[in-house]
Design a protein around this ligand. Sequence first.
Ligand code: KG4
Ligand code: ZN
Length: 342
Amino acid sequence: MKILTIESSCDETAAAVVDGERNVLGAALASQIKVHQRYGGVVPEIASRAHMEAILPVIADALRQADATLEELSAIAVVNEPGLAGSLLVGLAAAKALCVAANKPLIAINHLQAHVYACRVAYDDDIFPCVGLIASGGHSSLYRCSGPLDFELLGSTIDDAAGEAFDKVAAMLGLPYPGGPSIQRAAENGDPKAYAFPRPLLNDKDRLQFSFSGLKTAARYKLVGTGKKDFHEAEISERERADIAASFQEAVVDCLVGKAVQALKTCGMKTLCVGGGVAANARFREKALEAATKRRFRLYIAPPALCTDNAVMGAIAIERYKAGLFADLDLDVAAGLQRDKQ
Ligand code: KG4
Ligand code: ZN
C-alpha cells in the first residue's frame, strides 16, 4: 500500500507518501512563515495564493523521494477540515484532479485527528484509546479518541487558540512571528512567577474548554496599563519582557495541562496524546511530563517536526483505507469544526 497525503489547511503546503505500516517513504513541505512574518499572523488570501504556487512542486517532491509514480498509489488523501477555506480548497482541488487523472480513490482527512495520529506515527505504539489534545495556531481542542476512526470532540477554546495567543502576545512584546518559539526563547531568561496572570476556566470542573483571550488582555494591561495607550507605545526593559513572556507561557501551559488531566479523568482514560504547534513548547513538554509522572498516565507528545503542520500525520488515511472509507469526488471543505463524531 502507498498513499499520497496532502496538507494545506493553514500556511504549510505539505505532501507525503506512506505505506501501510506507517513508514514514511517521502515527505515534502513548503513553509509560508516568511511570507506572513511581516503581518504578525497568517493572512488567508496570501496563504491560498502561496499554496497554489507550492502544491504541485511539493507533491512532485514527495513522490520523487518515495520513488513512486501516481499509478502506483493505492489512494490519494487530503485534509478537507478544519482550516482556512481558501487554503483547504487548494489541496482538495489538487487531490481531486490527481484522483481523476490517475483513477485513484480519494480519502478525506480531518486535520485535528491527524495531529493526534502524529503520535501513532512517531512512536509506533498503539495509542488508542486516548485523550487527544491539540494546541495550535488555529485550534485548542480535546478529543475522546476511542479508536483511529472514532473521535469525539470533548471541548475547544471559546475564543482564541493557544498558539494565536502566543502569536499576539509576542507581537505586543515586539517579538517576531511565529510567537510561540519567540516567547519560549524570551522566557528562558524570565521568571514564570513574576506576574500572576489568570488561568481562565482552569478551576471550572464542569467545562472541558479553554479561553485565552482574557490572558492576552492581561498581558496587554501589564504592558501599557488599562488606559487607551497602544502596546506599540510600551516601554519595557529586557527583564520585564522576559518576565511577561515567562509568566504568560506558564499560564497557557497550566491551562493546557490542567484541562488535559481533567479530560483524562472524565473519560476514565490513562493515555494522553498531544499534537499541534504549541506542543513543541519546551515548558509545555516539561510540565506535561511532570503531570504524567505524578498522575501515572501514558504521555505521547509528537516530536516538534510532527507537532507543527505536516503531511506525515496524514498517515491516519491508512486507517480509512483499511476500513474502506473513501470520499466522493464532490467532497467539500469544512472550515469549522463540523463533525464531532464519526
Ligand atoms: O499546528 P501549527 O503549525 O499550525 C496550525 O494548525 O495552527 O501551529 C502553529 C502555532 C503558532 O501559533 C505558533 O506560534 C505555535 O504553534 N508554536 C509554538 C511553538 N512552536 C510553534 N507555541 C509555543 N511554543 C513553541 N515552541
Ligand atoms: Zn495544525
